[in-house]
Design a protein around this ligand. Structure first.
Ligand code: GLC
Length: 559
């Protein structure tokens, strides 16, 4: 096995962990998480086996969109610390073998950004054409808004100058005019700045929106005929400045369109993209206890360059979007996992985390994470998933899953010593509260979810077949069961997942295998011989999961 390749193309089998400094750990006791707190918890992340930390926006913000409305692209929100504190975190993370990527949110600025303040004040402002304006009244664009409960148009009238500006997200987030070369230069400068500070790349926010030019006057788009050329230029910039830096793009589009954002099979645009399609199909499969939707999604992925990678996830920081399912499919997932209106948002998503959706069933929760880690791609965890945190539906919309990290069973879950009213959001209550779900207790418990997650991470990392290899579905009779084979070079791994509550016996025939091979369980002790024709019967508990390494008689692989 070309094990040394995994050091170069590190993102192919990384373990990414996303957190918001604001909700992770408050070290100075003011109620707000900070870099000094995060520094204290780098060892927790290293212990979990994280290899790449993704920091959600930590820039100065007007706080309309939880940090995604930035007032200074070069700054650090003073509530979280200073550039110095950030650099200390980066350095400590690197010492523990972790890379650090940061959110790049350049589709828009905050309306309070000095560029927009200037732009909106006069048509003669030097920053006027850094944004997108129209002089005539806009048509009905209510179908195009991203936050339908808050906005009814993507155009907002600026009274002072009598023109409308474009905003695909909140009206407090005016879109930057990417057709303007000055804006493009500035974005490159912003990226260069953070790369120079030692980060390893970016999670690129809302990429299709950034590249989209509808609404921009024609004379300007003529100067910007191919937005993908721009994405290629940004990728080249990262390559030149950081060598092995990455662009991990948020592109929630059908697979065939995502292919374009990788740069086709040349692979010279985004290094990685989240697989929103597979994620949504996974929830449909879970709701139906039928693996077919998930298998369809994975096998319909477009051809990509082998250096690119898909980011796999169970949950991210936003609503659990189900927008790419049909209305009926979405209704099935809603009915199974979030039937109450206060669990749903924007008519397309859920505001819950996985464990409450599964009524806290530990077998089922573990099965889902085992499944996610075993699918072809790089797993991306959202903070708190490692201990099975729940949500707080009392927090508005997407904030329900952005509650303070639960470190101990103590006050505020050990997140902060401040009064609860000072925290960025309410702590989770009820059965998933810190009293029952916290890092300190789970660290000491070999049977905890945290211990299980560490095992998954360790096995994932030592099984590059999963991140690098081919994905082949093995035929067997149970629609509830996914049996798949991942092969890379001379390594092969079989993974079995039972989405149903009934135990199953799964007959399999492994290609090119015989009685000189055996299967070694990787998540529990166990070894199973294969028959001469490569056939074997494997048992699975209800919601059971198994990872098995195919080991040849003469294999020198450590098992
Ligand atoms: C992305 C972020 C989301 C944010 C939006 C606008 O979708 O994930 O949190 O609201 O972009 O920046």
């Amino acid at each position: 096995m070309r094990i040394t390749d995994t050091a170069d193309l590190w993102w192919k089998n990384a373990v990414v962990y996303c957190l918001d400094v604001e909700t992770y750990l408050d070290w100075d006791g003011d109620g707000c998480g900070d870099f000094a707190g995060l520094a204290q918890r780098i060892d927790h992340l290293a212990d979990l086996g994280v290899t790449c930390l993704w920091l959600m926006p930590f820039y100065p913000t007007a706080e309309r969109d939880d940090g995604y409305d930035i007032t200074d692209f070069y700054g650090v929100d003073p509530r979280l610390g200073t550039h110095g504190d950030l650099v200390e975190v980066i350095r400590t993370a690197k010492d523990r073998g972790m890379r650090v990527i940061v959110d790049l949110v350049v589709n828009h600025t905050s309306a309070k950004h000095p560029w927009f303040r200037s732009a909106r004040s006069s048509k003669d402002s030097p920053y006027r054409d850094w944004y997108v304006w129209r002089a005539d009244p806009p048509p009905d664009t209510s179908a195009e808004v991203v936050f339908p409960d808050q906005e009814d148009s993507i155009w907002q009238l600026e009274e002072k100058t009598g023109e409308w500006y474009l905003h695909k997200f909140y009206k407090e987030q005016p879109d930057l005019n990417v057709a303007n070369p000055a804006v493009r230069d500035e974005i490159a400068k912003v990226m260069g700045f953070w790369l120079q500070l030692g980060i390893d790349g970016f999670r690129v926010d809302a990429v299709p929106f950034l590249l989209e030019t509808s609404g921009i006057p024609e004379e300007e788009t003529e100067r910007f005929p191919d937005p993908h050329e721009y994405l290629r230029a940004l990728r080249s910039l990262v390559d030149r400045r950081a060598g092995d830096g990455v662009l991990l793009g948020e592109v929630n589009l059908p697979h065939d369109q995502q292919q374009q954002f990788f740069g086709g099979t040349d692979g010279d645009e985004l290094t990685m993209q989240f697989d929103f399609i597979a994620m949504q199909a996974m929830y449909l499969s879970l709701a139906r206890c039928d693996v077919a939707p998930l298998v369809d999604a994975l096998t319909s992925r477009p051809a990509t360059n082998p250096d690119n990678q898909w980011g796999m996830f169970v949950r991210n920081h936003d609503e659990l979007t189900l927008d790419k399912l049909s209305e009926d499919e979405r209704a099935e997932v809603f009915a199974a996992f979030g039937p109450d209106p206060d669990m749903q948002v924007y008519d397309r998503g859920l505001t819950r985390r996985l464990p409450p959706m599964l009524a806290g069933d530990p077998r089922r929760v573990r099965m889902v994470y085992s499944l996610m880690f075993s699918l072809p791609g790089t797993p991306v965890l959202f903070y708190g998933e490692e201990i099975g945190m729940g949500e707080n539906l009392a927090a508005e919309g997407r904030l329900a899953v952005r509650t303070p990290m639960q470190w101990t069973s103590g006050r505020n879950g050990g997140f902060s010593t401040a009064a609860p009213s000072k925290l960025p959001g309410p702590v989770v209550e009820g059965g998933f509260s810190p009293e029952f779900v916290n890092v300190a207790d789970q660290r000491r418990d070999p049977d905890s979810l945290l211990s299980f997650m560490k095992l998954l991470v360790r096995r994932y990392r030592e099984s590059p077949e999963l991140g690098w290899g081919t994905f082949e579905v093995l035929g067997q009779p149970h629609p509830q069961v996914l049996a798949h084979l991942s092969t890379w070079d001379d390594g092969t791994l079989v993974a079995l997942h039972n989405l149903g509550a009934e135990p199953r016996t799964v007959p399999l025939v492994l290609p090119d295998c015989g009685s000189t091979h055996r299967l070694e369980d990787l998540l529990e002790p166990g070894s199973t011989p294969l028959a001469d024709d490569g056939s074997v019967e494997l048992t699975l508990d209800g919601y059971g999961y198994r990872w098995l390494r195919v080991v040849a008689e003469d294999s020198r692989r450590l098992v």
